[in-house]
Structures are given as C-alpha cells and as structure tokens.
Design a protein around this ligand. Structure first.
Ligand SMILES: *Cc1c(COP(=O)(O)O)cnc(C)c1O
Length: 375
C-alpha cells in the first residue's frame, strides 16, 4: 500500500543544490553571515516585500529572540492557544506570562473582540498567529496596540509570501516571524526570519543571534546562537527560485479538495479571505460529528487504514500541554477547545497528485455516507 504523508518537503533538483554549495568549498566559510546568508537575505527582502529582514536558525528563535530584542522580556503577552508549541514556549521560555485569548470560529485566528478584556497593567505585547495562512484582524490588533502602547509580534510561520492589501504580510506589526522549516511552504531545511521596521530592533536582534557580540572586544548582551548557516541559506536560495511554482501547484491541490468537500454537511473548510493572496499552506477541515456523522478521530482512522496520514493540527491546545499542568484553564478559550477537538489537517504539498486528493475526498465522503445509511 502506498502511503501519503500530511506533507512532503519542497526540494530543488540535486544538481541545482550541488551547484549552489560549490562555492562554499572554495570560500570555506560555513556560517557566520557568509555570502549565501547575505544573498538569501537580499532576495527574501525583495520577495517578501519588506523593508528589513534578518535570517535565523529557525522560526522558533525568531519569536523567542524578538521578545528580547523588543526589550519587553517580562510581563504578560496576549496570545492564542490554537497554535504550534513554539508560540507559547517562546513566551514562557522568556519568563513571561502567556494570557490566552480565544479564537474566531471562522478564521481560527485570535478573536479581536476578546483582546481588550485581557489587557492589564502588566500586558506588554500581543502575539497573534496567522494560523493556516489566515490573516489576523490586523487593523483592530494595531488599533488596540496603539491605544494601550503594546508591541505586536506576529507569528507568521504559516504565511510565507502572502500579500494583504497589496503589502507583504511581513510588513505588519512591530515584528513578523517566519519559519523556513522543512515542512513549510518555503524551506531552508531549518530556518527562520524576522521582518521589522525599527532599525534599533534590527541591531538588537543581530547581536542576540550572535552571543550578544557587538564587536571583537565588546559583548554587551547575553545573546544566544541563532545564525543561519551557509548550507541552509543555499537550500533557501534554490527553493526560492521555485517557490512560486510550488505555490501554484498547491493552489491546484486546494481547488481539487474544495470542489469535492465544499458544501458537504457537517464539514467546515478554511475561509477564503478578501484582499489576501494566499500561499495554500494547509488544508484544515473541521468535522461536526452531530451533522457529519463521523468524528474527526474516525475520519483520521479511516484515512490511516488506507495509508494516508492526516494530522490533528492543532490538538491539543497549547494551554492544555502536560508541561503547563494546572497553570491555565482551557475552558477560558472554549472556541479554540471546540475546534481543536474537531479539526483534521489533510495532506497538502506541491507534488501531491490530484488522483490522491480524489481518493482522500472519497474516503472522507464514505465516512459521511456510512452514517447516512445507518451502517
Ligand atoms: C513551524 C512553526 C513555528 C516554529 O518554526 P520552526 O522553524 O520550526 O522553529 C512557530 N509557529 C508556528 C505556528 C509554526 O507552524
């Protein structure tokens, strides 16, 4: 039986990568902001349409170090529990307090009508996630940030290359953090970036990713090590040449899914947002067992039986992780809890064959018809 995983990394042709890394043998410069790092930085700046960018080892360090580079690394951060572990961990690992805001049931992003009631005199920032590539309510988040003098750090790990109202998504907020992990729309094997407007933030971040080193003799910050190495940057340079094509292929996969699953009773799909150029990063489906007849877990099992891997992404909520036992109350984010129990992310990657999509949709529809026939 062939297997289909939930995702598959985009890769260039082997020869293309070999060509790209050839000069690394000549320069013997493997890391510490070498030529590939500089090139990728320049090209990504253009591609993402941002004024400033800095490359990092991964998306997680982008978030964790951003909180430090903004000079706010204490106090409360309003965030969402409907995300990958990284978002919440970045806050907690800084000794800060995550305050969980519930999500909107349609976009799964932070419900902006519930932010204001969570603001206290300890609140220093808002850390929303453009989850599944769905854009947050940026205008309202910025209005609240201005009103209460808060920083806004977007977890933009799912929104590589997205454009909102004619501007790159990385231009919004004080900082936007991207991930170039192997499983993302664009990858540099492991990698990440921060996009920002304030040059002082940029200086602070640059030092933080390199041990706090200001110059050869002055180390005036307790930095980490989060530099992107040359081999990762080289992979990024190769993948960037093909990313538009990869996104176009993803679009076709998503359209095929939509044709077959849109309008099925008891199924909720990702919204199509106005003014957004999507990157087709994920295909989440929310199953309402009462109407659909089968639960999310039953659909997952039915797919697994046919060798198809779907993921409960995001489940569990970060505010119910074992490492936080007793610290947070998941019932304070009831919509997020509801969705996390019902959502299943179906396989989606550029080279996923449309025939496989048809097969996946057929299995999903069988889960429904079984219940209709009362079997
Ligand atoms: C992938 C991801 C991250 C972390 O990025 P890494 O590059 O894997 O460190 C953070 N937030 C979200 C929402 C992600 O999906």
């Amino acid at each position: 039986m062939s297997t289909v995983l939930v995702t598959q990394s985009s890769m260039p042709k082997f020869e293309e990568y070999v060509d790209e890394i050839r000069d690394i043998w000549e320069s013997r410069w493997l890391t510490n902001m070498g030529i590939k790092h500089q090139q990728l930085q320049t090209e990504l700046k253009r591609y993402l349409g941002v004024s400033n960018i800095d490359l990092l080892t991964n998306g997680h360090m982008a978030i964790e170090l951003s909180l430090q580079a903004l000079g706010i690394a204490k106090g409360e951060v309003i965030t969402t529990p409907f995300t990958f572990a990284s978002t919440t961990h970045a806050i907690v690992r800084n000794g800060m307090e995550p305050v969980f805001c519930d999500i909107d049931p349609i976009t799964f992003t932070m419900d902006v009508s519930k932010i204001e009631e969570l603001i206290t005199d300890k609140t220093v920032a808002i850390l929303p996630v453009h989850v599944y590539g769905n854009i947050c309510n940026i205008e309202e988040i910025q209005r609240l940030a201005n009103k209460y003098n808060l920083k806004v750090i977007y977890d933009a790990a799912h929104t590589f290359g997205e454009i909102y109202n004619g501007k790159g998504i990385g231009t919004y907020g004080d900082v936007s953090c991207f991930s170039f992990h192997a499983t993302k729309v664009f990858n540099s094997i492991e990698g990440g970036a921060v996009c920002f407007n304030d040059l002082d933030f940029g200086k602070a971040m640059y030092q933080l990713k390199n041990f706090g080193i200001k110059n050869e003799e002055v180390i005036d910050g307790v930095g980490a090590n989060a530099k992107m190495n040359e081999f990762c940057a080289a992979m990024g340079l190769c993948n960037l040449r093909h990313v538009d094509n990869e996104i176009e292929k993803r679009r076709k996969v998503v359209e095929r899914y939509r044709e077959q699953l849109e309008g099925v009773d008891g199924i909720q799909l990702n919204p199509v947002q106005k003014g957004v150029k999507s990157n087709y990063a994920y295909f989440p489906v929310v199953f309402d067992e009462k109407i659909f007849g089968s639960s999310r877990n039953e659909v997952k099992e039915a797919l697994a039986k046919e060798g198809i891997g779907a993921r409960k992404y995001f489940y569990p909520l970060t505010n119910s992780f074992d490492c936080f036992k007793g610290r947070y109350n998941v019932y304070e984010t009831p919509v997020a809890l509801h969705v996390s129990k019902r959502v299943l992310t179906l396989p989606l990657y550029a080279d996923l064959e449309l025939a496989e999509v048809d097969k996946i949709c057929e299995i999903v529809r069988q889960c429904r018809s079984k219940t209709i026939m009362g079997i």
